[in-house]
Design a protein around this ligand. Structure first.
Ligand code: RET
Length: 277
């Protein structure tokens, strides 16, 4: 077991207990669903580009960039899962293969390094800041968004091997996360001023969606120890639960968020006299 050192807990479960057919396939299917949704999302954001006036189109374009990078990452992540674990006909379970690559969630974190700044900037192309300075908000998003991910990326290597480091890096990441939430709350509050009531209502929904879906990521980070350190989720349920959580979070924070921002932009475009061709 020492051999696994910094590996994610999925590999420890895949070495000791192995995965049942159901758990193995569920993870595989969830990852596949994830990248399929990203490709569908890409089509949607391209096809709806002309429903908003040119000044709001950067929102659609950034959603498109996020879709492409998430599609590639999730495709690689699904391949990584299939390559890592091998069916053992004697026990009827899947175990980490002798010569396989280990399974690692780190790909996701590096994908977030691109997507998090994009998602945070995206809203700045739709709302108009009434009090805050655009450049300052943009830089705060950059800085805290990137540091939140980098510190969490380091922490996730220690989820089994060194829990002190795991919680300390996770704690530092949380400080940056709280800052991002604070700035976003301000951006949305200012964005609601002087816009049509329907657009205000959708911006309110975007805040709730943002808050809930972004909170799911730290939940997934903690998943192996969520019900006690090496507790009730330190098994294949925790593995399936983690990938499910990531997929729900990804669909909400990238796709639904982009769709709602597009709706706000459409309402504003119409209010400003833009006629869809
Ligand atoms: C980490 C580490 C543990 C503490 C916290 C985290 C927050 C992660 C977040 C990620 C958001 C990702 C998004 C990706 C979209 O593509 C890094 C898990 C607070 C909030 C929105």
């Amino acid at each position: 077991m020492e051999k696994l050192v910094n590996a994610n807990f999925e590999n420890y479960i895949g070495t000791t207990q192995g995965y049942s057919e159901m758990a193995y396939q569920m993870v595989s299917h969830i990852l596949t669903l994830g990248y399929a949704v990203m490709l569908a999302g890409l089509l949607y954001f391209v096809l709806t580009l002309k429903t908003v006036s040119p000044k709001y189109r950067m929102s659609n374009i950034l959603s498109g960039v996020v879709m492409v990078s998430a599609f590639l990452l999730l495709y690689a992540q699904a391949g990584n899962w299939a390559d890592a674990f091998v069916f053992d006909a004697d026990s009827g379970r899947y175990f980490l293969g002798r010569d396989s690559d280990l399974f690692n969630n780190g790909y996701r974190y590096l994908n977030w390094l691109i997507d998090v700044p994009m998602l945070l900037f995206q809203i700045l192309f739709v709302v108009t800041l009434t009090k805050s300075d655009f450049t300052s908000v943009r830089n705060q998003f950059w800085f805290s968004g990137a540091l939140m991910i980098i510190t969490g990326y380091i922490g996730q290597f220690y989820e089994v091997s060194n829990l002190t480091k795991f919680f300390v890096w996770g704690g530092i990441s949380t400080v940056f996360f709280v800052h991002v939430l604070y700035v976003m709350r301000k951006v949305i509050a200012e964005g609601k001023e002087n816009i049509p009531p329907r657009a205000q209502k959708i911006l309110g929904q975007i805040w709730v969606l943002f808050l809930v879906s972004w909170m799911l990521y730290p939940g997934a980070y903690l998943m192996p120890h969520l019900l006690g350190v090496e507790g009730a989720l330190y098994n294949e349920s925790g593995v399936v639960g983690r990938q499910m959580t990531y997929t729900v979070a990804d669909v909400c924070s990238k796709v639904i968020y982009g769709v709602l921002l597009g709706q706000v932009a459409t309402i504003m475009s119409k209010a400003e006299g833009y006629a869809v061709e």
